[in-house]
Design a protein around this ligand. Structure first.
Ligand code: SF4
Length: 686
């Protein structure tokens, strides 16, 4: 008899965190059905979620550990052999210096795996060199909103956007990247809200706008400062809010006073009439919400961009009420959770700083250990630089693919090749896995229990539908085995299930303290902060006070710095990178047949006038070069991008955008690389 069941879980792609049912027939996931009662997406899914199951049973899943042989080929090995080798090599390098080892946690993975990854790095190895892809995604959100609001996360819940009178979207193409959040923007518009979009591309999101402001990539601070100057000049600031709830206003006034319309037009190349019109609309609204995403964060001044959005919201009193706030749309399904779990070189779980002695004592007490020291570790890009320089000798990478996803691919490959020992733990052989000494097969989405935390801080249960393929194991089980082989107290890694890890985690994570499995069983789940078991969770933050110890918001004015690399005679165009509706990163969506059929390869978007000058036709194969590399890629000639700029989606290894991007200069506040701007040239092929 055919056995069929529905297993409710959470989409594995973007930070919207939609609920869906996996349809399981005879131990195989055969489809996805909407979860009608789910509060985030109310039974709707975007194409990525709808076909998310298609990668699960792929034949190219990793099913056995692999060890690289002296001839460079991988050979299948037993778990015993593979974990012995990993424990031995990591042990040797740890004995020289624990800080010679770096860890990348996986933001696609449940919180429980991420918690164990950072515990393994800190407790078993003795290093704070643990980070993950938020560094080059929303690292500036964590840094920028923590400085201004005291908490580096979305201020409101998703539903709140429907109550806005004005929605100001900057650097976010949510109709493609976060479509089920985008649905709420459409609802807000239907409710009468005016939509402002600022973006160098006339995206599907921009096409919804009442006011579309095209501007030059990297000009964000100048644009936002000019908006604040207009508001102050017109007396539209919220004096009462500023006086009662904020600090440092005079300094903000001084800085933004330098950004008049002429300067904004010069730097950001924005149409000043539209800028004034948009500013007036935002400032005069009773409830105005800001929405942003990677267009704001992926710059060497990403934290300045984020702080400028927070300054704008505080200046107009648009915080602490539904329909207002600063709403960063997080990228990966669990990138919020990965930050919360302390997969950060500066922070333990719950954003407790590693330089804070009291926080260190709390963690030591819970883990019954002495932690190595209190100095922060290295971030993602710093680890790559250190590996290229020979200062990091081993890396343990779970579920991330820096060769494809991180800036300057050739430099990342150089770093991977330079390592003495590389462990990659993943569900497929990734671009990075090819450089590994040991590849460990991991259980994927639908094959394990745990929790994801979405972009609105909602902590949701993910459930197991089927067993992992072959000998693949759950991340925390693999790390538990290696930890014990490396001499860790087995008592400290004795977990029988994900719930036990969650319970340990919440003991040291104030924001999660009041959550437990029973409370998370409801589709609504719980938003953090949830400090005790009677607390209902917090959808709307900063209602009466900010999260700083004194309760005050802090204006953090920023001067325009601009991109690290600007166009010149040799490289006359600005290259920016984006995502598409049909792909998330690469390894999963490109293996979903339906999604790959929709968009089987990459392209470079180039403005019609620029294409004409170069004699380039739509769909023609062209060469795109930067100072770091070159790729061949089909041209997509369009009016939907600013003249002088080109755009390449980042998903496609065969024409990888990151061959061209730069990691040379990092944001000093967040260590973000400049993924959204570099100088490039497009050449017609012979
Ligand atoms: Fe999944 Fe995001 Fe699409 Fe929702 S909007 S179905 S979470 S990819």
């Amino acid at each position: 008899m055919v056995e069929m069941k529905y297993v409710p879980t959470i989409c594995p792609y973007c930070g919207t965190g939609c609920g869906l049912n996996l349809v399981v027939v005879d131990e195989k996931v055969v489809g996805v059905e909407p979860w009608k009662r789910h509060p985030v997406n109310e039974g709707k899914l975007c194409p990525k979620g709808m076909f998310s199951h298609e990668f699960i049973h792929r034949e190219d899943r990793l099913t056995k550990p692999l060890i690289k042989q002296p001839n460079g080929e991988f050979k299948e090995a037993s778990w015993e052999e593979a974990t012995d080798l990993v424990a031995k090599k990591l042990g040797e390098i740890k004995d020289e210096n624990p800080d010679n080892i770096g860890f990348l946690a996986c933001a696609r993975s449940p919180n429980e795996n991420i918690y164990i990854t950072q515990k393994f790095a800190r407790k078993v190895i003795g290093t704070h060199n643990v980070d993950h892809c938020a560094r080059i995604c929303h690292g500036p959100t964590v840094a920028g909103l923590a400085r201004t609001f005291g908490s580096g996360a979305m201020t409101n819940d998703f539903k709140s956007i429907e109550e806005a009178d004005v929605v100001f979207i900057i650097g976010s193409n949510n109709m493609e990247a976060h479509p089920l959040f985008g649905r709420r923007v459409i609802r807000a518009k239907k409710n009468g809200a005016k939509i402002i979009v600022a973006d160098p591309r006339f995206t599907p999101t921009a096409k919804l706008a009442d006011i579309y402001m095209e501007f030059r990539s990297g000009g964000d601070v100048a644009l936002l400062n000019a908006m604040m100057k207009i508001i102050i000049d017109e007396g539209l600031q919220d004096d009462e809010f500023i006086k009662d709830r904020t600090k440092n206003y005079q300094r903000l006034k001084e800085v933004v006073s330098k950004y008049d319309l002429k300067k904004a037009a010069e730097i950001a190349e924005v149409n000043v009439e539209k800028l004034v019109e948009a500013t007036m609309l935002y400032a005069k609204a009773d409830k105005a919400a800001i929405v942003y995403s990677l267009g704001i964060t992926e710059h060497r001044h990403g934290a300045d961009n984020v702080m400028s959005t927070a300054n704008l919201a505080m200046l107009t009193g648009n915080i602490g009420r539904n329909g207002t706030g600063v709403n960063p749309l997080r990228g990966q399904n669990n990138v919020q959770g990965a930050c919360d779990m302390g997969a950060l070189p500066t922070d333990y779980p719950g954003y407790q700083k590693v330089v804070d002695v009291d926080a260190t004592r709390l963690v030591e007490q819970n883990w019954t250990c002495t932690l190595n020291d209190c100095a922060p570790g290295l971030t993602v890009v710093e680890m790559i630089h250190a590996a290229a320089a020979g200062d990091i000798k081993a890396m343990y990478i779970t579920g991330e693919d820096p060769v494809l996803s991180d800036p300057d691919t050739n430099h990342v490959i150089e770093a991977m090749e330079n390592l003495d020992f590389l462990v990659v733990q993943d569900i497929f052989m990734s671009e990075t896995g090819k450089y590994a000494d040991v590849v460990l097969p991991a259980a994927g989405w639908g094959e394990q229990e745990g929790t994801f935390t979405n972009g609105e801080r909602r902590v949701q249960l993910v459930r197991k539908a089927v067993n992992p393929p072959g000998e693949a194991k759950v991340d925390w089980e693999i790390m538990k085995e290696i930890a014990v082989k490396m001499g860790a107290d087995p008592e400290q890694f004795t977990y029988n299930n994900a719930e036990e890890i969650f319970d340990e985690m919440r003991e040291i994570t104030p924001q999660y303290k009041g959550m437990n499995r029973e409370r998370l069983e409801r589709p609504e789940a719980l938003h953090w902060p949830c400090p005790d078991e009677n607390h209902p969770g917090t959808g709307l933050m900063h209602v009466n006070t900010f999260a700083h110890p004194d309760g005050m918001g802090v204006f953090e004015p920023a001067e325009y710095i601009g991109p690290s690399e600007l166009p010149d005679d040799s490289y006359p165009l600005i290259l920016t990178t984006t995502r598409t509706l049909f792909h998330y990163h690469a390894s999963m969506t490109r293996r979903c047949k339906t999604l790959d059929n929709e968009l089987p390869t990459g392209y470079v978007e180039i403005h019609t006038n620029d294409a004409k000058k170069l004699g380039i036709l739509n769909r023609e194969l062209v060469k795109v070069k930067s100072r770091r590399g070159e790729i061949e890629i089909p041209a997509r000639v369009t009016d939907d991008i600013k003249e002088g700029e080109i755009n390449i989606p980042m998903h496609f290894a065969e024409c990888a955008a990151n061959m061209l991007t730069t990691s040379k200069e990092l944001d000093p506040k967040s260590k973000m690389a400049e993924l959204k701007v570099c100088a490039a040239v497009v050449e017609k092929m012979e």
